[in-house]
Design a binder for this molecule. Structure first.
Ligand SMILES: Cc1cc2nc3c(=O)[nH]c(=O)nc-3n(C[C@H](O)[C@H](O)[C@H](O)COP(=O)(O)OP(=O)(O)OC[C@H]3O[C@@H](n4cnc5c(N)ncnc54)[C@H](O)[C@@H]3O)c2cc1C
Length: 476
C-alpha cells in the first residue's frame, strides 16, 4: 500500500471477529488500530483472566481450549503490527470520528474505515424478583469464573433458555460450585423439532449432549418446560418458585444465574448512521449489511455477533470477510480478483452454514417472550429508572402510545445507564402486546451517546473540543 493511500482503519472489539479482521488487514500491509474496553484480547468466549488469576486453558475454555490458544497466540503474533488500545471504551461514533474513554480521559479518534466487532450481551427477560441481589445473568456468572476465578456462592440455580445454560452449569460444577438445579424454559417438543437442524454441526451437538449427560451423572436436577419463575427473599434471593406441567415448585437457593440467549451490541452502528431492519431470527433490530459485512454507510463494516448472533466460529469467519471486503473497496485491482474472491465465497458459505445451525438453536431454545408480555404489572422492567410493566401498559392505555421512542419519552423506560440495552427488548414486547401490534411495528429504540456511562468530565471535555456532532447527541 503506498503511503499516500494510507487509510486509518479502526477495529472496535478484540474478540474472535476483531482478531481475524486484524489478521487479514496486517497480511495486506495495513496497520489497524484495535480498540477494546477489556484489558486483554479474546472477547467474551475466549476472555483471558488477569495475570494474577491465570488458570490453564483447559480449565478456562474446556473443549474450546485449542481454539482459544490458537486465537490468543495469533493475537500475540499480530501485536507488533497493530496499534492495540485495551481498556478503552468507544462511547460515541460520528462520521469520521470516534470518542473514546481511556484512563478517565477523553480522546478523539479519527477513522477513514471502521470495522465494528462489538459482540453481544445476555438477553434479559423480566420476572418477579429478577432485580434482587443474588440474581445474575449467565454472562455475568461466566465472567466471574473466567476473569475473576470465582463462582457465585451457596446454592445456585441456573435458569433460562439457550445452550449457555448447560455450558455454564458444566463449568460451574467443574469449578466446585454448588449447582442445585438447571431450569430450562424450552419444552421437549421444541428440542425434538430443533434436533434435525442441530445435526448440521454434529460435533457442537455432541458437546451439548455431553454437558447434559455429565450434569445428570453428577445428580444435578435438570428440568425442561419450566415456566413462570419468580425469585423472592428479603435482602437477597433466598427462594425460587416455578411452574412445570401445572405444578408449582419452590426451592431454597442463594444465587440465580439467568439468561435467554444473546442480543447483538448495535449502538455504535446506530450512531454511525447505519440502516437497520428487524431480524426475525434474532428477534432484534440489526444493522443491515451485504454478505461480506459492508454496512449501508460507506467505509463501515460489520462482523461477528454484533450484527446477528452466530457464534464464535462464524465470528472469526465474518471478521476475515469484513476485512477482505474493506480491502476490495480500497484496492479493487489487487483484492477484487482471483484468490481473494474465492476465499470470500468460501467464507460466505461457511458462515451461512453456521447461521442455519443458529436457526436450529432458536427452534430448540425459543425465547419465552410471553414472559415479558404477561409479566405482573408490578414487575420492574427498566431497573435504571425503576419503571414497571404496569406503567408501560398504562401509557398505552392512557396516552395511546404505539411507538417505543414515544414510550421512552413518556415513561423514561430505557433512558438510564444501560440505554435500553437490558430492558429494551422486554419493553418492546410489552408495548407490542398492549398495543396489539407485531413487535417489529413498535420500532427501535434510537441510540444515544454515551452508549455506556462515562464520567461527566469526559463528556464535558468532548463538548469543549467542539465536535459539531456532539450537540445533536443531546446527553450530558
Ligand atoms: C457474556 C457472554 C459469554 C459468552 N460465553 C460463551 C461461551 O462460553 N461459549 C460460546 O460458545 N459462546 C459464548 N458466548 C458467545 C460468544 O461470545 C460469541 O459467539 C463470540 O465471542 C463472538 O465473537 P465476537 O468477536 O463477535 O464478539 P465478542 O467476543 O463479544 O467480542 C466483542 C469485543 O468488543 C468489545 N467491545 C464491544 N463494544 C465496545 C465498545 N463500545 N468499546 C470498546 N470495546 C467494545 C468487547 O469488550 C469485546 O471484547 C458468550 C457471549 C456473551 C455475551
Amino acid at each position: 500500500m503506498s503511503d499516500t493511500a494510507l487509510p486509518q482503519v479502526v477495529i472496535v472489539g478484540a474478540g474472535p471477529a476483531g482478531i481475524r479482521a486484524a489478521e487479514a488487514l496486517v497480511a495486506a500491509g495495513i496497520r489497524p488500530l484495535m480498540i477494546d474496553e477489556g484489558s486483554r484480547a479474546g472477547g467474551q468466549i475466549y476472555r483471558q483472566p488477569p495475570d494474577e488469576r491465570q488458570r490453564s486453558k483447559k480449565s478456562l475454555y474446556g473443549f474450546e481450549a485449542g481454539k482459544a490458544a490458537a486465537l490468543h497466540a495469533r493475537f500475540a503474533q499480530l501485536l507488533p503490527s497493530i496499534d492495540y488500545r485495551p481498556d478503552t471504551l468507544v462511547w460515541n461514533c460520528t462520521p469520521g470520528q470516534l470518542d473514546l474513554l481511556h484512563a478517565q480521559r477523553h480522546v478523539e479518534q479519527p477513522y477513514t474505515h471502521l470495522i465494528l466487532c462489538t459482540g453481544a450481551l445476555d438477553r434479559v427477560m423480566p420476572f418477579p424478583g429478577w432485580i434482587l441481589p443474588g440474581v445474575y445473568t449467565l454472562g455475568a456468572a461466566q465472567v466471574a469464573l473466567k476473569a475473576q476465578a470465582c463462582v457465585l456462592n451457596g446454592r445456585m440455580v441456573i435458569a433460562g433458555s439457550g445452550p449457555l445454560l448447560y455450558l455454564l452449569a458444566y463449568q460451574y460444577v467443574k469449578a466446585g460450585a454448588n449447582v442445585v438445579a438447571v431450569l430450562d424454559t424450552a419444552r421437549l417438543h421444541d428440542k425434538l423439532r430443533g434436533f434435525p437442524s442441530l445435526l448440521r454441526q454434529p460435533v457442537t451437538l455432541a458437546k451439548g449432549l455431553y454437558f447434559i449427560a455429565w450434569l445428570r451423572s453428577k445428580g444435578i436436577r435438570l428440568l425442561d418446560s419450566v415456566q413462570a419463575i419468580a425469585a423472592s427473599g428479603d435482602q437477597q434471593i433466598s427462594r425460587l418458585r416455578w411452574q412445570r406441567h401445572g405444578k408449582t415448585t419452590d426451592i431454597d437457593c442463594d444465587a440465580l444465574a439467568t439468561g435467554f440467549g444473546l442480543r447483538s451490541e448495535t449502538q455504535l452502528a446506530d450512531l454511525a448512521g447505519c440502516e437497520f431492519a428487524f431480524d426475525t431470527l434474532n428477534q432484534q433490530w440489526l444493522p443491515t449489511s451485504d454478505a461480506d459485512g459492508r454496512s449501508s454507510v460507506e467505509g463501515i463494516y460489520l462482523a461477528g455477533d454484533g450484527h446477528g448472533i452466530a457464534g464464535a466460529d462464524a465470528a472469526e469467519l465474518s471478521g476475515r470477510a469484513a476485512a477482505l471486503a474493506l480491502l476490495q473497496d480500497l484496492q479493487p485491482s489487487r483484492f477484487g480478483t482471483g484468490d481473494a474472491l474465492a476465499t470470500q465465497a468460501q467464507l460466505r458459505q461457511a458462515r451461512a452454514s453456521n447461521i442455519r445451525f443458529r436457526q436450529g438453536l432458536e427452534t430448540t431454545f425459543p425465547t419465552p417472550v410471553h414472559w415479558a408480555r404477561h409479566c405482573p404489572d408490578e414487575t420492574i422492567i427498566c431497573r435504571c429508572e425503576e419503571i414497571t410493566a404496569g406503567q408501560l401498559r398504562h401509557s398505552v392505555a392512557q396516552d395511546g402510545t404505539r411507538e417505543i421512542n414515544r414510550l421512552k419519552a413518556l415513561t423514561r423506560v430505557g433512558m438510564g445507564r444501560c440505554q435500553g440495552r437490558v430492558c429494551g427488548a422486554a419493553a418492546a414486547e410489552i408495548l407490542s402486546h398492549a398495543s396489539q401490534q407485531e413487535v417489529a411495528a413498535v420500532g427501535r429504540l434510537r441510540g444515544q451517546a454515551p452508549i455506556k456511562p462515562i464520567p461527566v468530565s469526559v463528556a464535558l471535555a468532548a463538548l469543549a473540543q467542539g465536535n459539531p456532532n456532539h450537540a445533536k447527541d443531546g446527553q450530558e
